[in-house]
Design a protein around this ligand. Sequence first.
Ligand code: OSB
Ligand code: MG
Length: 374
Amino acid sequence: MEINKIVLRRMKLDLLSPFQTSFGVQTDREFMIVELHGESNIGYGECVASAKPLYSEETVGTVELMLKDILIPALLNEKAIKHPDELSEIFKPFRRNNMAKSALEGAYWDLYAKENNVPLHVALGGTKSETEVGVSIGIQDSTEELLKVVEGFLEEGYKRIKLKIKPGNDMVILKAVREKFPDIKMMADANSAYTLEDVELFKEMSEFNLMMIEQPLAHDDIIDHSKLQPEIQTPICLDESIHSLEDAKKAIGLGSCKIINIKIGRVGGLSEAKRIHDYCQSQDIPVWCGGMLESGIGRAHNIAISSLPNFTLPGDTAASSRYWHEDIITPEVVVEQGVISLPTAPGIGYDPNMELMEKYTTSIEEIIPQKMTS
Ligand code: OSB
Ligand code: MG
């Protein structure tokens, strides 16, 4: 595929309400959009790294550097790419920096699907026409407030409720939500805030009949999780600890989890996300698509990967209106009765709203590839 221009946009959107996790409070989202301009289409990718390295080690700044110095030159240096799966091989010698790799690879996948005139989910081998979604709810100021927020999302039809917990803000809120809503699908996400010393707490949590507990222990651990899982009834789902197919194989092999949250950015792109999906399917490990408070562009990529058959549990890709005053795509992502319909247009299937893209762009850089003359 011909690439005539690459555009890197730094962007910033204000969140409708603050999002609090065990690692901090977020009131806005800084991120990067990568545009790959081809012969007659533009491919879009979103980088999910945040302003600060709190969830992972990458930031919007490190990603910009990686893209400009390493990944874009490596891509432009490759002459005969036939399929987007090859990008992960081209990037493989460069360690980690998965969110940077994923942003460029995602834009390439979108461009590839558009130039072949198929929806991205079809290009990825997706089999669904719709995907079920839940909602991830941040830590609230009070339990009363939390109950109100949960009720609102249930009324909107979300298929499961995920509650962020942290030490000192766990059993009480889980109990309150479970008592008020005895039958809902419910889970907790600790974002790495606990240690093996908390095993009794996790044993007690089984009374709340949680679908799963997400990433209870350290962000870089699979050993302690393998010790915790046999001690507790609640299935463990790993998020932060899984960066690759190899990580997934080791975690499953050790018995560190029974479910995996796949985030495209965390694993370095759509091709690796698909490989993890395929392996988990072969091992009877269900997966679901996590979220990183994406704008509509990242959201569209999440929706596309969620169309693969082993994404059997509701994901975190909620409606645009759950996060933003206005999203940067047309149409916005809508959730009806807890379900998103897969778009039918080529590529990611949502058009960037260029007026809003410009409005929320804080800086922009264009890279024009050197044309080879020989
Ligand atoms: O742990 O899944 C997480 C948001 C930012 C960073 C990490 C996580 C999250 C979420 C929100 O849970 C998911 C979303 O609604 O996009
Ligand atoms: Mg998580």
